[in-house]
Design a protein around this ligand. Structure first.
Ligand SMILES: Nc1ncnc2c1ncn2[C@@H]1O[C@H](COP(=O)(O)OP(=O)(O)OP(=O)(O)O)[C@@H](O)[C@H]1O
Length: 402
């Protein structure tokens, strides 16, 4: 009996030219099949790891695991590549519990499932344990405005403290290309030259206690995941507009065929929208933080998404511009030393976390908020007073050693 080769219906994958294309890559606009997508997605990350010599065999690596899309995909891809390419790494999941009821408690449940699914040991450190405060308590005191400052500063240190407890050599985070482009733009908008000069580095903190790496530096967020909810919204709105277009024209019955055709095209395009986390059926938590009205970053994000729509390379170009910035020799850069209070790396006498914490403990939470040059005087005052009265008023930092 002759075997009749049946060609798959629809557009073929532009890489293997055999299977039906299942998505359009946001980065390159190529239409490719699922299997080729897995391969190029994972191998691009492997190349980034190898070309930048991110790890050495035998190293212990903590994966900052929030339970969100990026870090879940990172944990999955890192353990896959570790096996496939024999990196010889000892991988761990590290989560920070900020104490946000209805958000972080739920996402931590996801990380606990990932611990079992990927067979990686999990360590959780909490703000309560480290600082004596949960984000719920902080927001009760300060309200929603500026709460991201507390959360961001505390998380950065909490990750380092957790990594020190795990005795790891490096920490990896799921910051993706979109996050990095946003940060470049924000640092330009804020005139923060010190941060601008380091925010595009794939590895940071090499002079500090635990270097951090971003293996997703060149990975587009849209390739990691597009929420099914977004897709459903796209689907509904496409249907709505095609119906509007078709039925607003004369000779309605003649256009019924067009309507069905539009609906078909829409569902075809919808098929192209689902991405890595979706195809791989990864278990991640997909709710935004309930306390995150970070309007300025949100504005930068929207701006970059608009640029990306017109020119998909815009994200990579912004990162490239950030990398190529050269800082004038005459620009005064902050000198790094150590916090006199907790020993954490800092360019001031006290690190930002200690200043924020002192403000919270004294019932003056706004003292730690604001531009750093306005803060120096305030900080010095707090430090002076803090040294005099700390034993009476301060809650102690947690017992975890840094
Ligand atoms: N609570 C946390 N515990 C551990 N790691 C965290 C935590 N929050 C953030 N991270 C790390 O920092 C990275 C960037 O986090 P951020 O919240 O800025 O972005 P995100 O795009 O929402 O990431 P994700 O989808 O992984 O939550 C995360 O991918 C993760 O590696």
């Amino acid at each position: 009996m002759d075997i009749v080769e049946t060609k798959p219906k629809g557009r073929l994958c532009s890489i293997c030219n055999q299977n039906r294309a299942a998505l359009k890559r946001p980065k390159t606009l190529e239409q490719i099949c699922k299997d080729c997508f897995y391969e190029v997605f994972e191998e691009e990350i492997h190349r980034v790891i190898v070309d930048n010599q991110l790890f050495k065999s035998g190293e212990r690596i903590a994966i900052g695991a929030s339970g969100g899309k990026d870090s879940t995909v990172l944990a999955y891809v890192m353990s896959e590549l570790n096996h496939r390419h024999n990196y010889g790494l000892d991988l761990f999941l590290l989560s920070v519990d900020e104490g946000i009821t209805g958000y972080r408690d739920d996402s931590l449940e996801t990380v606990k499932r990932n611990e079992i699914q990927y067979g990686l040991a999990l360590k959780v450190v909490s703000y309560k344990e480290l600082y004596g405060w949960t984000m719920d308590e902080i927001v009760k005191l300060i309200g929603l405005k500026n709460n991201c400052t507390f959360c961001g500063v505390f998380r950065r240190q909490a990750l380092d403290r957790g990594a020190a407890l795990l005795k790891v050599d490096k920490l990896v985070t799921g910051h993706n290309a979109d996050d990095i482009a946003e940060t470049v733009l924000l640092n330009i908008l804020r005139g923060d030259i010190a941060r601008l000069s380091r925010c595009t580095s794939i590895t940071t903190g090499e002079d500090g206690p635990i270097p951090r790496c971003k293996p997703f530096k060149y990975t587009y967020e849209k390739e990691i995941v597009i929420y099914p909810f977004c897709c459903i919204m796209v689907f509904i709105s496409c249907l709505f507009f095609s119906a509007l277009l078709v039925f607003s024209l004369p000779h309605k019955p003649c256009y019924l065929f067009d309507f069905i055709f539009y609906a078909y095209i829409t569902s075809e395009n919808l098929n192209l929208l689902f991405t890595y986390a979706y195809f791989k059926r990864l278990d991640y938590f997909s709710t935004e933080c309930i306390y995150s009205p970070n309007a300025y970053r949100g504005f930068a994000r929207e701006f970059i998404k608009d640029l990306e729509r017109i020119r998909p390379r815009a994200i990579l170009d912004i990162i490239k511009s950030g990398e190529d910035f050269r800082i004038s020799m005459y620009t005064k850069m902050p000198e790094q030393s150590n916090c006199e209070r907790c020993g954490y790396i800092s360019s001031q006498k006290w690190c930002k976390a200690c200043v924020l914490l002192e403000g919270l403990n004294r019932g003056l939470p706004k003292l730690g908020i604001g531009r750093s040059r306005d803060l120096n005087n305030e900080q010095n005052k707090i430090i002076k007073q803090g040294n005099e009265t700390r034993s009476i008023q301060s809650k102690q930092c947690g017992t975890l050693d840094f």
